[in-house]
Design a protein around this ligand. Structure first.
Ligand SMILES: NC(=O)c1ccc[n+]([C@@H]2O[C@H](COP(=O)([O-])OP(=O)(O)OC[C@H]3O[C@@H](n4cnc5c(N)ncnc54)[C@H](OP(=O)(O)O)[C@@H]3O)[C@@H](O)[C@H]2O)c1
Length: 365
């Protein structure tokens, strides 16, 4: 889409502007002369101070993102909304063929088939902002698909790595929000502690890179220095290595293919040791549950995401124990029909049904 008076300046619509990714994205845009914010959206936080500080013409608190995006004519949509609420913006950008910088993994998990079809019709760029998927995008770019035998997603393991299932019953919200390597919004921080985040990322990788689930591995890597790896058929293994700082993948997506400089410190290799371990599926069952939901297909992943959102919300409000989050997700997955969604309306129904089932599970019998 044309950028008006300054032809080389890209107009960025930032949805989820007041969040952890949103704030870092504003910093990245402000540092780059060829990027300009044209629209901001939040869920409920007022935006007046941000729009004034950055000279942004269009802003919206909540509401339909399509309206804001039609009005503001962006070249890039950065979707940094949290949760299923991001689906509308993802589908709008993919259908319109506008570059989508995607942090909101939940939309691709819930709407994978609809999003892939919209992307094929729209023909625009889809650039992941999730650090693992940004790393995979970089390692896979220009590579013939038959040379790739699989990909590996790394998980930090979160604050409770090494604990057995029985030791997770009494963990507090405060302990859960103390992530060892990343500083992020509360929902994704809980997801990182339960490893639901890696389950969501597994499904996200399936849709982004068109890989079957059996070719996507998950390993625990406590320091989060290796973001992801690609296995090639000749036995080589390519790793993407760097400090855990979201400004790198945000900048990569917003300045692609330029790879603009960032203020992030180079990684010091002296004394660096790398360690990897298997996921403990007994203590952290949500990776295996996501894999099963992904393999089942249809609206299984949508139900996984919806139940997880309900359970995480209840945990943050003190209404559910940490170890019960996976139970709510498993029971919801067992109760939904999982039939494929033909359109957004079907998907919203499937999301609503899973939320109702998960919420019912929260009520005392
Ligand atoms: N944080 C990270 O480092 C990181 C890394 C990788 C991927 N991600 C992904 O990026 C997304 C955002 O994560 P975050 O950590 O930045 O979350 P966050 O700090 O909680 O921010 C969420 C943002 O979404 C907005 N929002 C909530 N509900 C909305 C709605 N219904 N409509 C429009 N906007 C809404 C919030 O607005 P209000 O302020 O008004 O509530 C806020 O701006 C998530 O999908 C997450 O998985 C995050």
């Amino acid at each position: 889409m044309a950028s008006g008076i300054l032809p080389n300046v890209k107009r960025v619509a930032l949805l989820g502007a007041t969040g952890s990714i949103g704030r870092q994205a504003i910093e990245v845009v402000a540092a780059h002369p060829a990027l300009r914010l044209c629209a901001l959206q939040s869920g409920s936080t007022e935006l007046a101070a941000l729009t004034a500080a950055h000279g942004v013409e269009h802003a919206q608190v909540g509401g339909d993102p399509a309206e804001l995006l039609e009005r503001s004519r962006p070249d890039i949509v950065l979707n940094a909304v949290v949760g299923f609420a991001g689906v509308g913006a993802t589908l709008w950008a993919l259908e319109a063929g506008v570059t989508l910088a995607l942090a909101n993994k939940e939309s691709l998990v819930a709407a994978g088939e609809l999003a892939t079809a919209a992307h094929a019709r729209g023909g625009g760029l889809l650039l992941p902002v999730d650090s693992e998927h940004s790393a995979l995008h970089q390692c896979l770019e220009g590579r013939a698909p038959e040379t790739v035998s699989g990909v590996v997603l790394t998980a930090s393991g979160g604050p409770f790595r090494g604990r057995a299932r029985a030791e997770l019953a009494d963990v507090t919200v405060e302990e859960t929000l103390r992530h060892p390597t990343w500083s992020m919004g509360p929902k994704i921080t809980v997801d990182s502690a339960t490893l639901a985040n890696k389950g969501l990322e597994l499904i996200e990788a399936h849709w982004l890179f068109g890989l079957p689930y059996e070719r996507i591995e998950v390993v625990v890597h406590p320091t989060s220095v290796v973001h992801a790896l690609v296995r090639l058929r000749d036995g080589a293994l390519l790793a993407h290595v760097g400090l855990p700082d979201m400004r790198v993948p945000i900048s990569y997506a917003l300045t692609y293919p330029e790879r603009a400089a960032t203020p992030v410190e180079p990684l010091d290799l002296e004394g660096l040791t790398l360690s990897f371990e298997a996921v403990d599926d007994d203590a952290f069952p949500l990776v295996a549950l996501a894999r099963a939901a992904g393999e089942r297909g249809g609206t299984g992943p949508c139900a996984f995401n919806a139940a997880n959102e309900v359970a995480v919300g209840a945990f943050l409000e003190g209404r559910l124990r940490f170890d019960e989050i996976a139970e709510v997700v498993a029971e919801t997955l067992g109760a939904v029909d999982g039939a494929a969604a033909r359109d957004l309306e079907d998907l919203v129904d499937a999301d609503g049904e899973a939320r109702r089932l998960a919420t019912r599970r929260l009520q005392p019998a």
